[in-house]
Design a protein around this ligand. Sequence first.
Ligand SMILES: NC(=O)c1ccc[n+]([C@@H]2O[C@H](COP(=O)([O-])OP(=O)(O)OC[C@H]3O[C@@H](n4cnc5c(N)ncnc54)[C@H](OP(=O)(O)O)[C@@H]3O)[C@@H](O)[C@H]2O)c1
Length: 348
Amino acid sequence: MKDRMREAIEAARYAHPHPNPRVGALVLHPNGTVVGRGVHQGPGESHAEVTALIQAGSAAAGGTLVVNLEPCNHHGRTPPCTEAIMESGISRVIVAVMDPDPNVNGKGIARLQQAGLEVLVGVLEAEAEKLDPGYFHHRRTGLPRVTLKAALTMDGAVAARDRSSRWITSPEARRDGHELRAEADAVMIGAGTLISDNPALTVRLEGGSDRRPIPVVIGGNRPLPPDARLFERPAIVFSPRPCEVAAEVIVLPGRAGVDLEKALVMLGERGILDVLVEGGPSLARSLLDGGLVQRGVFYYGAKLAGGAGLGPFGGRFESLGDATELQVEDVRRVGADVRVEFLVEGGS
Ligand SMILES: NC(=O)c1ccc[n+]([C@@H]2O[C@H](COP(=O)([O-])OP(=O)(O)OC[C@H]3O[C@@H](n4cnc5c(N)ncnc54)[C@H](OP(=O)(O)O)[C@@H]3O)[C@@H](O)[C@H]2O)c1
C-alpha cells in the first residue's frame, strides 16, 4: 500500500491549492487496479477524493480509497468528502496523515469508522507532511511557514560594505532561487533591500511560470521609493507608520519597527501559508530572534569576501550559547555554488 500512497503524494506535489492543502487520491478496484485519480487544485475546486470517486464510478464499490490527508467531514466551499466516500460503496480508506485543521482533526476518520468502513491511518505519514509543510505549520500555529533565502560568499558575506550584492552566486543558483519563489505564496523583503537592490521578486523560469507570489515589504522610518519595481503589481507593505506608495499599506508598529509576528498572522489569515524571505540581514535577524523562522536555503557562491562585508543576520554573537541549533536537510552543488537547506530547531 506504500507504493500507492507514494503515487497519491507525487500526484499532488506540483499542485498549488493554497490556502487549501495539497491532496492526491487514488481509488483501487477490489482487484487492486487503479480506477480513479484526483488532485485538489484549490479553493472551490473539487476535492481529490471526489474527483477520483467520480472517475471510478461504479468500479469503486467494495474498493479502497488511498489519500494523503484525512478526508473532510464539514461543509466548506464543497460538500464533505466523507459523504461522497460513503455513497460510493468504498469499503476501505487508507490515509497518510490526520488533518490538523480544527474543522477536521479526526472527525473525518471517526465519521467513516462510524459508517462501518475500515480506516487505516499513518501510511507514509512523514512524507505526507513534507508534501505541504506550510499547510501543517499554518494550521497548527496560525502562522505561515517562513523560509529564509540568502546568497553568501563562502565566508558568509551577503553584501559588500558599499551594500552591493549582485551577483554573489552563479546563474544556476539564481535559477534555483526562482524555483523557491515559485513554491512560495509570498516573497518578503525589508526596506533596506528594497532601497539598495530594487528587486522585482517575480518568478522567472525557463518556459515561463504562472506562479505570482505576492511581494511583501517590511517598511521602516525611511521613505520607500514610490517607483520600486515590485510596486508594478499588487503588493503589501507593513509599516510602523503611514506611508504613501502604490501598494496596500498596513500600519503595524512594534517594539522595533514593524511587529513581524502580527504581520505573519495577518498574512496567514489571508491564506498565505508559505513565505519566502529574501533579505536583508536586519529583517532576517528580527525574524530569527522572534522564533519566526522554520527553514533556510543558503546559496554559497564560489567567492571569498575576505572577512569584511555584511553577514546574513545583522545580530550579535557574544557567546556560543547565542547560536541557533539547526538540522541540515540537504546539501548539493548548484552550478559553481553550494546549496544548503536547513531546518531551524523545531522547524518544518
Ligand atoms: N545576498 C543576499 O542574499 C541578500 C539578500 C537581500 C539583501 N541583501 C543585502 O542586504 C542589504 C540590506 O540589508 P538591511 O539589513 O539594511 O535591510 P533589510 O533587512 O532588507 O531591511 C531592514 C529595514 O526594514 C525596516 N524594518 C521595519 N521593521 C523591522 C523589523 N521588525 N526588523 C527589521 N527591520 C525592520 C527598517 O527600515 P528603516 O531603517 O527604514 O527603519 C530596517 O532598517 C543590502 O546591501 C542588500 O544588497 C543581500
